[in-house]
Design a protein around this ligand. Structure first.
Ligand code: KMH
Ligand code: ZN
Length: 273
């Protein structure tokens, strides 16, 4: 098995300090959380940014400040910018951060109910537009998959020449509106991607660590962090992203799966630039 790549989704767009006071909003807080995750073993930071009051933003100036602050503390970490942003943002607002030419960016491959009352809209035309820009700028896309049809959409876009192999998928499981967080659905997802692809598993909420354990055992990679879950254990709030990454590192250790450095993660994901 390849070494385990851990992604930390340190902030997200939806979760608030009212839910967990350690959710980062400011540039300093975001850099602090990135550092804690990196020191614990994360090689990729999935990055959303906020205004000082916590409002989600895709402002390229805020992204720039956060990237600089993160790089100062963890200079070799892979930064994956979110082009998902928050529900309701326009395509151009979401995509503007690609102009910073990050090593990686998320590419959401379909529309879904998002929680109880929102719809996260990604038409195929939007996805094509985003994929084309990422290809042009040599940004490695991470294909965000909330249900199986999004794999099929990504493969269609691949056949149209807008995505390059090896493809990297992230299966987000257990989100209200998306696929359930079960072994059966994970097996279905893994069996649906082309040979030679890499994949990460993100369990949302209480599914975070059970899905992480399944992914580690199956040979996949893992994403954890405040974007997806605010608890370290049942009823106990996580203190930092580092604490969540540490828990994944411990599970991996018990299963006998060494953790990848950022350099090794670049090799596994085929990021050369
Ligand atoms: N905040 C969600 C609406 C991504 O980063 O690409 C979208 C999201 C996915 O988080
Ligand atoms: Zn995200």
């Amino acid at each position: 098995m390849e070494k385990l790549i851990i992604t930390a989704a340190i902030c997200g767009a939806e979760v608030t300090k009212e839910q967990n006071p350690d959710i980062p909003y400011s540039v300093e807080e975001i850099a602090r959380e990135a550092e804690s995750a990196y020191k614990a073993g994360a090689s990729i930071i999935h990055l959303h940014v906020r205004e000082e009051d916590g409002t989600p933003t895709q402002d390229i100036k805020v992204f720039k400040k956060c990237i600089t602050a993160i790089k100062e503390k963890c200079n070799d970490v892979i930064i994956q910018l979110s082009t998902g942003g928050a529900v309701g943002m326009s395509d151009d607002e979401r995509l503007d951060c690609i102009n910073l030419k990050p090593e990686m960016a998320s590419l959401d491959c379909g529309t879904l109910n998002f929680g109880l009352n929102d719809i996260f809209v990604n038409t195929e035309k939007t996805i094509n537009y985003f994929a084309k820009k990422m290809k042009e700028f040599h940004v490695k896309p991470e294909i965000e998959v909330f249900d199986k049809s999004m794999i099929d959409t990504a493969l269609r876009i691949y056949r149209e020449g807008l995505l390059e192999r090896p493809l990297q998928f992230n299966f987000v499981m257990g989100l209200r509106g998306g696929t359930s967080a079960t072994l059966r659905d994970l097996s279905f997802m893994i069996g649906s991607i082309p040979e030679g692809s890499t994949y990460t598993v993100t369990g949302v909420g209480r599914a975070q660590f059970t899905m992480a354990a399944m992914a580690i055992a199956a040979g996949g990679n893992v994403r954890v962090g405040f974007e997806d879950n605010i608890y370290i254990d049942k009823g106990i709030l996580a203190k930092s992203n580092g604490q969540m990454v540490e828990k994944v590192v411990n599970i991996a250790k018990h299963i006998g799966r060494p953790v990848a450095t950022p350099k090794e993660a670049r090799e596994i994901l085929n990021i050369y630039r």
